[in-house]
Design a protein around this ligand. Structure first.
Ligand SMILES: Nc1ncnc2c1ncn2[C@@H]1O[C@H](COP(=O)(O)OP(=O)(O)OP(=O)(O)O)[C@@H](O)[C@H]1O
Ligand SMILES: [Mg+2]
Ligand SMILES: [Zn+2]
Length: 512
């Protein structure tokens, strides 16, 4: 009987914070009290721990048990505290020597029968365990693939509270369970990489749209496609992730951290190796898109981190949801402020949006007639505000497929071919930035990197097209990316001209 402590982990946004879980058992009215800002799920741990312990043959004695979670100012939520609370309580009651749990970290939900179940945020927990300096991390078996990818400390997976007790008490059991985990990891089935991404070679014609996808991929530019129903917008957008370079290991860890925290990842997967492609429905709420909600979960923008966010039927999204995208698209991250503090979710994704030119879809169609009254077209367009459009670098029309394009037999490029050019352009850009140490991307307008003719063309566009300052900067950035695809340093007039062709369609279809 006495005071025992162990490490648990609170998930705050996508990061895990080490939490000291202390259990004190003394005589008095039997019961369990949890203090230190426990959320609802953590308070419920009392019932699961009592019943899980009894089912494991380790009934809690009739004592007064107080659990303290510190630091006291971090809100603690989720069922992941069940396992550390149970182990600390068992140690305080004399079932486990206290020194056996002192430097241990544990995470997992308990069922009433004492089975250990997975919880969200395993990758972040494994990172936090390293920071806390634990000498052993105990996780549910489903947490093992992600945790073992990043953990700086030994990770042992358990299936039940009974196993967890054996692991902390007995080095032989610990070694045996660790070996079982290694065997399980080695034997698990993983999906072949690239099995699901559709290939660009399926798309007939649409040279302009394919080129726009390539430029968007090379420079991470956001893209809006406007076209009639069946023109192939959705088909094209689905192929963007497949022409992005493969994820680096560091990027894969970043993506997995977010997906883990959202509780979305399959249990067999360690690191997510493919670029995410997220395609939320237009009924998605603001919180579903940018993140937040009661449990402070990452939204679609962050699930698309290092990948593609596809918003099909853009004008159908709720106005407040679209407005909420503006800041994150500019900053590549989502900042959510709460009373308890501020959470930052990464959101470095390429946005691809698609829409019809008008509500009926056939405005400007070569054969079919538009049936929309003029005011309806204006209202439809107005649903996408100017400031959001200003953050979309490239804006293209996707025309209906013509018979000529169908009949044309030419070499059709595969996603792999385009991806190779995109990868080369990104390498060129990185080297260029290293060599010329340009402090910010706005400094790309640095005149030394533009030829005389390129500057002349830009000035002309500024005067004749009445570009906003931001639209002007976007064009310079697009031209820079196009030059990177050519692997050349100075931006030439032809690059500026192509960049303008990715913007000026907006005037033809009457966008401001
Ligand atoms: N260029 C193309 N090459 C091959 N197939 C195409 C092409 N364009 C369209 N298709 C075919 O037409 C179907 C419809 O295309 P898609 O759904 O991409 O159109 P959309 O522009 O998104 O239309 P909507 O506005 O109705 O959403 C595709 O599934 C594909 O089978
Ligand atoms: Mg579509
Ligand atoms: Zn119409």
């Amino acid at each position: 009987m006495g005071l025992a402590s162990i490490w648990g982990f609170a998930l705050v946004g996508i990061e895990a914070v080490p939490v000291r879980v202390e259990a004190h058992a003394r005589s008095g009215l039997p019961g369990v009290t949890i203090v230190g800002l426990p959320g609802v799920a953590v308070r419920e741990a009392r019932e699961r721990v009592r019943s899980g312990a009894a089912s494991s043959g380790l009934p809690l004695p009739s004592r007064r048990i107080t659990i303290n979670l510190s630091p006291g100012d971090v809100p603690k939520d989720g069922p992941g505290f069940d396992l550390p609370v149970a182990l600390a309580t068992l140690a305080a009651c004399g079932h486990i020597p206290m020194e056996c749990v002192r430097d241990v970290g544990a995470v997992g939900e308990l069922s009433l029968e004492g089975v250990v179940r997975p919880t969200r945020g395993m990758l972040s927990v494994a990172e936090a365990a390293g920071r806390a300096g634990v000498n052993l991390l105990i996780t549910p078996i489903e947490g093992l693939p992600a945790a073992s990818e990043v953990s700086a400390v030994p990770v042992v997976a358990v299936r039940s509270l009974g196993e967890a007790v054996l692991v902390v008490k007995d080095p032989c059991w610990r070694a045996q369970m660790a070996e079982r985990g290694r065997r399980w990891l080695a034997g698990r089935r993983t999906c072949p990489v690239g099995s699901e991404t559709p290939d660009l070679s399926d798309v007939v014609g649409q040279r302009h749209a394919k080129r726009a996808l390539e430029i968007a991929a090379a420079g991470g530019h956001h893209l809006l496609m406007i076209g009639s129903p069946g023109a192939g917008k959705t088909m094209l957008a689905r192929r963007l992730a497949g022409i992005l370079p493969p994820l680096s290991r560091e990027e894969a860890v970043d993506v997995t951290r977010v997906w883990n925290a959202a509780g979305l990842q399959g249990t067999l997967v360690g690191l997510i190796r493919e670029r995410p492609f997220r395609s939320p429905h237009h009924t998605a709420s603001r919180a579903a898109l940018v993140g937040g909600g009661a449990m402070l979960r990452p939204g679609e923008l962050s699930l698309a981190h290092h990948g593609v966010l596809f918003l099909d039927e853009l004008p159908e999204f709720a106005r407040d949801a679209l407005e909420a995208l503006r800041q994150p698209l500019e900053e590549s991250r989502v900042v959510i402020s709460r009373r308890a503090g501020t959470s930052i979710f990464p959101a470095e994704c390429t946005l691809v949006a698609a829409m019809n030119p008008c509500p009926c879809g056939y405005l400007g169609h070569p054969e079919k007639a538009c049936r929309c009254p003029g005011s309806a077209v204006a209202r439809y367009r107005a649903r996408i505000s100017g400031p959001l459009l200003d953050r979309i670098d490239a804006l293209i029309e996707v025309p209906p497929l013509t018979l000529a394009a169908l009949d044309a037999v030419g070499a059709v490029e595969s996603s792999a071919t385009v991806r190779a050019r995109v990868t080369a352009a990104r390498i060129f850009r990185r080297e260029r930035l290293d060599r010329h140490s340009v402090p910010s991307r706005h400094a790309l307008e640095d005149c030394s990197l533009l030829t005389e003719e390129a500057r002349g063309l830009l000035r002309q566009a500024l005067v004749h097209e009445g570009l906003s300052g931001r639209a002007y900067a976007r064009i310079v950035n697009l031209a820079r990316t196009i030059a990177d695809l050519d692997n050349v340093l100075p931006v030439a007039a032809e690059h500026v001209a192509e960049a303008l062709s990715l913007r000026l369609d907006s005037r033809r279809v009457d966008f401001a």
